[in-house]
Design a binder for this molecule. Structure first.
Ligand SMILES: *[C@@H]1O[C@H](CO)[C@@H](O)[C@H](O)[C@H]1NC(C)=O
Ligand SMILES: *[C@@H]1O[C@H](CO)[C@@H](O)[C@H](O)[C@H]1NC(C)=O
Ligand SMILES: *[C@@H]1O[C@H](CO)[C@@H](O)[C@H](O)[C@H]1NC(C)=O
Ligand SMILES: *[C@@H]1O[C@H](CO)[C@@H](O)[C@H](O)[C@H]1NC(C)=O
Length: 458
């Protein structure tokens, strides 16, 4: 969406600025928990039909919930790069997703939030910064021995020398999913059943170490949830997605306890998502709540992840900082902005008005994709009356004619501002040699934890 980067910058400024703490408080700690492909309706506080998020709802009750908060892109890498830099993909170069064999990533001359905080004396971790633990991409982008859920399902890694030909071309069966600590692969394939627990342990250890060293900390906890559910045993009364949502909610509850343990008010905890639900995964996808994108649905395709419909980038957002950020408040302030495919400015928001210059749908559960269409003059929806984006204003109406000049100006300004900015270009080239592989001897790059010992001898 066209709302330019300054909005993201503004958000960080608000978060930091709200809080210049009294000297006695010292520097606040920051914890950012980022969920993957979480729907706006996946937060019970946003959408009453959702019952699986008691801890998040409590966080919202004790903090401020932003109901008009937007990720900076409707796909993974661009959204995350923007979160860390405060700049949209068209500025920082990260306009689409990196692949397993990518040679590049976020360009080094872009400044991240972690770098700014590190210069201010912070200990930083991405669970890289000073410390890193995690899988380098989504948990369905490599095979595992106990695959998580998927639509259609994906097979486990081959155990021995022969690769099986995948029945589903969306399954990544060639390379086992690696778990990194800093630059070292510590497990390949990762055990999905214990991944969440490992993240929790690492978070707790990092916080403890930062406290022991007397330094404030910045922890960026980018969860594997809710992309597609990890390996879990769903209780009989709940679907797989609901069970995974429960699991994530419990994790957030534990992180909040860790934060409170540092002293209430010493830590700002910000929970949000990278983009909307991945509708092509059908019953394994998140919930849109009221963000139905009805205009697009009527033409085929999904109005969620990978699109600039509200469902693509309006995400749950909760900020918890006792004594500093008001409790029991929901804010309608519009924060951040989203860009469409390859970073183009497809749509623009001005107050309650949303103007589309380009529309299109992502792949839906039924396999349909809505074709890309260009609109001059733009389609304009009044979100106050039409949150489901069903019926654009008639061009002939007073309302349309009254708002169009301001929208056209804002659009031209956004394009001009981007064109005259420092534009960084990211390297999207790929090389099979860049694939993270613990043991090239094994067909699935398998190895044991803490060593280069390969399974091929077995
Ligand atoms: C990762 O980096 C941290 C911080 O520098 C260090 O304490 C830890 O031992 C490293 N772990 C590995 C496996 O390299
Ligand atoms: C994976 O983790 C689960 C949960 O901790 C554990 O029960 C299981 O034994 C692990 N599997 C392997 C192959 O280590
Ligand atoms: C990063 O480097 C590129 C190429 O060297 C340059 O064009 C761009 O302006 C730089 N970006 C920033 C934010 O300094
Ligand atoms: C653009 O980037 C150059 C080199 O990286 C830097 O010297 C300059 O200050 C930047 N300009 C702006 C407006 O950020």
């Amino acid at each position: 969406m066209g709302t330019p980067a300054p909005r993201s910058v503004l958000l960080l400024a608000v978060l930091v600025g709200l809080c210049t703490p009294p000297v006695a408080w010292g520097k606040p700690n920051f914890i950012v928990i980022l969920a993957d492909d979480l729907g706006w309706g996946d937060l019970g506080a946003n959408w009453a039909e959702t019952k699986e998020t008691p801890h998040l709802d409590e966080l919202a009750a004790q903090g401020t919930r932003f109901v008009d908060f937007h990720s900076a892109a409707s796909t993974c890498s661009p959204s995350r790069a923007s979160l860390l830099t405060g700049r949209l993909g068209v500025r920082n170069g990260v306009t689409h997703n990196f692949a397993i064999s990518s040679l590049g990533g976020l360009p080094r001359n872009e400044t991240t939030l972690a770098e700014v905080l590190r210069a201010a004396g912070y200990s930083t971790a991405a669970i890289g910064f000073d410390y890193y633990l995690g899988i380098p991409y989504s948990h369905d982008m490599g095979c595992t021995d106990t695959p998580g859920y998927n639509v259609p399902p994906c097979p486990p890694c081959p155990q021995h020398g022969t690769a099986c030909s995948p029945a589903n071309k969306d399954c990544y069966t060639d390379v086992a999913l690696p778990l990194f600590e800093n630059h070292t692969i510590i497990q390949q394939p990762v055990n999905l059943s214990s991944l969440a627990e490992r993240y929790m342990e690492a978070a707790a250890r990092f916080i403890q170490q930062a406290r022991d060293s007397g330094r404030p900390f910045f922890l960026y906890l980018a969860l594997a949830h809710m992309h597609v559910p990890l390996q879990i045993t769903p209780p009989p009364d709940r679907g797989i997605y609901g069970a995974a949502l429960c699991e994530m909610d419990a994790l957030v509850g534990r992180v909040k306890l860790l934060a409170d343990h540092c002293g209430k008010g010493s830590t700002l905890l910000w929970f949000t998502g990278d983009n909307g639900p991945w509708m092509q995964k059908c019953e394994l996808a998140g919930r849109l709540g009221p963000l139905l994108g009805t205009w697009q649905r009527a033409r085929g395709g999904s109005p969620a992840k990978q699109t600039t419909w509200e469902g693509g980038h309006r995400v749950p957002a909760v900020v918890y900082w006792p004594g500093h950020v008001p409790a029991r408040r929901s804010s309608h302030a519009m924060l951040s902005g989203a860009a469409g495919k390859d970073g183009q400015v497809e749509a623009l928001r001005l107050a309650q008005y949303k103007a589309f210059y380009t529309t299109g749908g992502a792949k839906a559960c039924d396999g349909s994709t809505g074709p890309e269409e260009h609109h001059h003059p733009p389609l304009i929806f009044n979100l106050d009356r039409d949150i489901q984006e069903q019926e654009p204003l008639d061009v002939a109406t007073r309302e349309y004619q009254a708002v169009l000049p301001a929208i056209s100006r804002a659009y031209a300004q956004a394009l001009e501002d981007i064109a005259t900015d420092n534009i960084t270009v990211a390297d999207y080239s790929k090389d099979p040699a860049a694939v993270p592989c613990c043991s090239a001897q094994h067909v699935a790059c398998r190895c044991h934890a803490h060593g280069q010992k390969s399974d091929t001898a077995l």
